[in-house]
Design a protein around this ligand. Sequence first.
Ligand code: BTN
Length: 271
Amino acid sequence: MNEEKINLKNLRGKLAHLPLGLIEYYESIGSTNDRAAVLAAENAPNFSIVLADEQTEGRGRSGRSWFTPPGVALAFSIILRPQANIENSQIALVSGLGALAVAKGIKSSVGLDAKIKWPNDVLIDGEKVSGVLAEAHWIGEDLQSLILGIGVNISKNAVPPENELNFPATYLSHGSGKLIDRLVVLEAILQHIVKIWPMVGDSSFIKDWESLLEFKGKQVQLISGKEIAITGEIRGLADDGSLILMLEDNIEKQFKVGEIHLRPNIDKVMN
Ligand code: BTN
């Protein structure tokens, strides 16, 4: 079943109370992150957004593609202009901002409890409902903009075929059993982004992110590519958003946000 139709007028109306910059809507586009990068290069202000009903070349993390067929998902990107308290080393935290805002937005808009598979996948009942792709754009040494791209599976057809999944996936209307208004979910997520953005880098932000971590206190495996890198128990997050693991030899080690993936320590693993 497809969700309600979006147009620029109902989109603008719904978001009018938020301090956003430009708002663009496309029925179909390659990738909203690519369009947002163009707008950012043209000096679009902080909190400008690009939303699309369909993406034909949606991008995920680690060079994967992101499936966005028409009418069944939320796919949008928001431009963030770096602020004084963001240091280069903290850029990775912006992925956490995305995941935190999605998890909180899902709770406030549809009442479902969502958790974060570190660093930035959002899960409902252990299955991925949303992914975040944060990309930094530089001019020389200066960070010009961060593009935070967010995809949320709203109804069943947003979930790719099983053989294309690298982690079990779900969709929002599955958990709620109701028809979901995508704009209500979008508005809630944006509201949280606007609220949390000034706190990125603060200890309260890290604590908030940590409080929603899936698998906290549980054994997980960290994987780099197809290699199982390490097994340990999740202890929490360090000040820079790194994951703190207690390894098998009782030594704590921190892992930075990067090309490492996490999965529960189960016998049957997904590739
Ligand atoms: C992931 O989990 O791999 C991240 C997926 C990010 C998908 C979103 S959808 C909107 C934005 N545009 C893209 O091309 N990708 C992001």
